[in-house]
Design a protein around this ligand. Sequence first.
Ligand SMILES: [Mg+2]
Length: 261
Amino acid sequence: MASLVLPANISVVLLDIEGTTTPITFVKDILFPYIREHLEEYLSAHWEEDECKQDVQLLKKQAEEDARQHRAGPVHSVDQTVHTDEEKAIREVVDNVLWQMAADRKTTALKQLQGHMWRTAYMSGKIKGELYQDVVPAIRSWRRHGLKVYVYSSGSVEAQKLLFGYSVEGNVLDLFDGHFDTNMGLKVESKSYQRIADRIGCSPEDIIFLTDVTREAKAAEEAGVNVAVVVRPGNMELTEEEQSHYHLITSFHQLEMAGSA
Ligand SMILES: [Mg+2]
């Protein structure tokens, strides 16, 4: 694949995470299974702590709200191994969280507990944020050429900072000038990219956005942002039309600064 020489006016690189800096499998096969596998153990260990109590309180409120809305909820099975009230309460929370995850719900209550569990896992070294090998050296080189680099991901800013703060290459948060999440809007909406440009204090034309998802690339393009679609192992296949329409890169090293080649 040929390299893409950046027009000289571009001063900002905006990066997606999943499928761009990080394999999709990291989220699918590591982050989410971690929650399912360690939920009960985590709740038992932290049950008496204020943060955990608040997380449980929020989940209970959500469950009450779901009951009022007559949403289907988890079916609590009679479990002979559960004896104390605490065990029973923990089992109810486990059932609720697993049910929400299976239904792919995005409630604040669920995200908050997941965020706290991931933080614990990253800080103890049980999980390390995965990065493709070209990511860190390429970003360092862009920065040496004066580019600013931002992240825009559906994962919360807090989750982004954990991934890069506890990555396979250590804490690499110094690579970034800032982080954006869905507080800026959805990634498939073009308004989100205008908002991000406003927040950075530049024009959309000054930005190049790197993503694996063409619906996001299209939205960014509609806002006037330059885009390149990142092709990584395990990413969604592109149609022939998409392949001919977008600049494709398989490595960040393929982005070259004008005059630096
Ligand atoms: Mg992506």
